[in-house]
Design a protein around this ligand. Structure first.
Ligand code: BES
Ligand code: ZN
Length: 460
């Protein structure tokens, strides 16, 4: 039996214990955006450091101005080195009433067809995925007494809240963290059977806009139509963001946006998933984005403006006749190619100011920025990862884009000069950031096996 075969057998034998470890991690309420959970974030970092030490990593919990960053090194041996990145923080759980169980009490549920999944906040994004990598390392240590290649790990606690601690940390610790290749397990498969390497991620610019008019809430009968209504003003501005063909109307928004190379567009057109599959899975049918673009273009290679939250006036039960003094919205822009998040932010602010009527004031709050990223796939690690994934899943792994954002990918390239192989085992229907987040048991099991194979193939 080869070492790799023994490691794969060890993974299957140890699956119950791996699940127990994952469940312990999922019980920690590491919601990074909410200060009420600061201590839980630290507890989560400590948990990881303790666990990493148990499998031979020299692990540290590093304080930052925000949540701690865990680092670990197991750089024995030679061969090409790798730095694995993951995040231990999770999104808030609201609306809680839509969960079919406690978000922080993980359970395994079985469908009528026998397939099983883990339900918990963070099961897929990103605790389950991080543990696929950690468990693969554990199995290599158990079987071979060493990892196939020198490895470092960095786990942050502010990914979901656009935190600012990681970029300066990477810069400060560049010498200790730099490796030949970066590895990230925070992306998905093309579909439940087709493994994928994500080579393009969109960037992000988050912005909150607050419009205020009168110096108090007003009775809508006494003042209605004579007084500016911030709800109306905000709604009109937000509605103006798109034209009837789905294009964003902010001047300069498409500066730096290229068309896809023909070869890539053809490859995406041939992927075995179409709009009906993609939208049908979430109860939709008609692509709502830019006309004339495929769903892959719409979500992977075209920029967007989306209103993620809006509020103003009475939102409680019943009815209240009021003109609110203020209205606000949280808007995110997904960015592609060379769009500059700071220029987009300024362009949006000018767009809003230009539409502001008399008696209204506007304020903005910045919520994070990151550029889009594309990795060339000719570095050997990409081909090796593809082969390892293909061997595990019995289906040729594909190179895809993704609509989501993983800001660190750009930082690793920029600050440490590293290319990053992004592969992961989440599915589009994992409900990440939503109630009833889940991770397929097969994603977990075969994810661990995939990493065991990838580590072996990187050593070759
Ligand atoms: N893991 C996701 C991003 C993702 C999911 C990429 C699935 C590819 C496939 C990540 O944790 C995430 O949600 N990121 C945020 C970033 C933001 C808050 C700065 C996002 O994309 O909204
Ligand atoms: Zn994530």
């Amino acid at each position: 039996m080869s070492d790799l075969d023994a490691v794969l057998a060890q993974i299957d034998n140890d699956l119950e214990a791996s699940l127990e470890r994952l469940f312990a991690l999922l019980r920690i309420k590491s919601i990074s955006t909410d200060p009420a959970y600061t201590a839980e974030c630290r507890r989560c970092a400590e948990w990881h450091a303790h666990d990493l030490r148990s499998i031979g990593f020299d692990a540290t919990v590093n304080d930052t101005p925000g949540h701690p960053i865990v680092t670990g090194h197991a750089r024995q041996g030679d061969g090409p080195s790798a730095l694995f990145y993951g995040h231990y923080d999770v999104q808030p759980v609201d609306p809680l009433e839509l969960w079919e169980g406690d978000p922080f009490e993980p359970v395994i549920l079985t469908r009528p067809d026998g397939s099983r999944y883990i339900r918990a906040r963070g099961a897929s994004d990103d605790k389950g995925q991080v543990m696929t990598f950690v468990e693969a390392c554990r199995a290599w240590q158990a079987v071979a007494g060493a990892l196939p290649i020198p490895l470092s790990i960095v786990l942050e606690g502010e990914e979901e809240s656009g935190g600012a601690s990681l970029p300066p940390f990477l810069e400060q610790h560049a010498a200790a963290l730099r490796a030949d290749i970066g590895l990230i397990c925070d992306t998905g498969m093309l579909d439940p059977r087709t493994p994928a390497i994500t080579t393009m991620l969109r960037g992000l610019c988050g912005e909150e806009v607050i419009i205020e008019a009168a110096d108090r809430d007003l009775h809508s009968g006494l003042y209605g139509s004579a007084a500016q209504n911030p709800n109306h003003v905000l709604a009109r501005i937000l509605a103006d963001l798109h034209d009837e063909t789905g294009r964003v109307t902010i001047p300069g928004f498409y500066d730096g946006v290229d068309e896809l190379p023909a070869e890539l567009k053809a490859a995406w057109d041939n992927l075995p998933v179409d709009a009906a599959d993609f939208l049908g899975a979430v109860g939709l049918s008609v692509p709502a984005g830019e006309q004339g673009r495929s769903i892959f273009e719409q979500t992977w290679s075209r920029p967007t403006a989306e209103v993620n939250g809006m509020g103003g006036g009475y939102q409680g039960d019943g009815f209240k006749t009021v003109i609110p003094a203020r209205a606000s919205a949280k808007v995110s822009f997904r960015l592609v190619f060379d769009q500059d998040p700071h220029e987009i932010r300024e362009a949006f602010r000018s767009f809003v100011r230009a539409r502001l009527p008399a008696d209204c004031k506007v304020r903005f709050i910045e919520h994070g920025a990151g550029r889009a990223i594309r990795f060339p796939i000719d570095a050997p690690a990409f081909g090796r990862t593809r082969d390892a994934l293909t061997a595990e899943w019995g289906r040729k792994a594909v190179f895809i884009g993704s609509g989501g954002s993983i800001p660190v990918a750009h930082e690793l390239k920029e600050k440490l000069g590293m290319d990053v192989v992004l592969t992961g085992f989440s599915l589009d229907d994992d409900r990440i950031h939503s109630p009833n987040e889940k991770y397929e048991l097969e994603s977990f099991r075969r994810g661990i096996r995939s990493w065991a194979r990838i580590l072996a193939s990187l050593a070759e």
